[in-house]
Design a binder for this molecule. Sequence first.
Ligand code: FAD
Length: 309
Amino acid sequence: MMVRKQKKKSIIEKEIKKIVGKRVKINEPVKKYTTFRVGGTVDYLIKVTGVEELRAIVCLLNRNNIGCKVIGMGSNILVKDKGISGALLKLEGTFDRIQVIREKVIVGAGVSLPVLIKKCVDYELQGTEFLSGIPGTVGGAIVMNAGTGKQAIGDLIEEVEIFQKNGKIKLLHKEKLTFDYRKNNFLKKDVILKTKLSLKKGNKNDILSMIKSNLQKRVQTQPLSFSNAGCIFKNPRNKNRLTAGELIDRVGLKGIKKGKAQISVKHANFIVNLKGAQARDILFLINKIKKKVNEMFGIKLQMEIKIWG
Ligand SMILES: Cc1cc2nc3c(=O)[nH]c(=O)nc-3n(C[C@H](O)[C@H](O)[C@H](O)COP(=O)(O)OP(=O)(O)OC[C@H]3O[C@@H](n4cnc5c(N)ncnc54)[C@H](O)[C@@H]3O)c2cc1C
């Protein structure tokens, strides 16, 4: 049984290599691809550089019943210690393109938010400044509707091009694209390929000073010298308007440690990896927070980060 499984795996490995060459890694530690820097391995980590390659890989994986997900910057993910079975796809090459046409920016899903923001500065386009300090890709930001308390990326989007599991490409217009707090309501198991953002002409110095001020605020309030995945929980609705971080602080958990994982003393909705944390340590702290906040406030905190594995 084991031998047959191994044989099948090596055949699939060869077929993947036929499509992407050396851009596949087998039993690859996922921690290298996430900002939390924890977790086990994935069977196949595949870097995909264009739509035809994506189609060929998805087709091959579907045919062999191998699950697959896209990973962006891995800045909103906790991978369990046992790792992930199946494949992780990383979008590169043509997915890293940005095109500016007057006040519209057509940007590939693999582009990182800092690169997008820099391009907007170069073209004196205003509107993406609130994204500064969020370390994701455009694809990940759309999935998560990334943003701040006041704005989110969904506010800027005119169109999204997606690749469906059946191999078809679809262009979704604004009317079909609804977003909520840290989520979108239109993606199923689709891959985001690119998006068109609608921005406004602005003044370069104003744009730069807004970015600088946003980054400074983050340095002051977030534990950026440790590996982390941003806010662990969504801010819940509650009559006292307490954020998840304030709730965690009030139940007395700020600063507590499990192994090399710690609820940040700087921002209690962050858990930091003090180098060498295990995913199970982080999960222990997550469960402790959920339990305590529910016991003391009757609030069921919802996860903002995604847990894989
Ligand atoms: C220090 C720090 C600060 C942060 N601050 C904020 C903040 O202020 N606001 C905020 O909203 N978030 C914040 N985050 C969280 C995170 O950066 C965002 O959620 C970001 O948008 C995730 O993008 P990513 O590329 O890293 O996605 P990943 O974490 O790699 O993936 C997130 C999800 O998107 C999916 N995905 C990624 N790309 C694609 C694609 N092309 N097609 C389909 N699915 C895809 C993945 O499968 C996964 O389900 C912060 C994180 C850190 C570490």
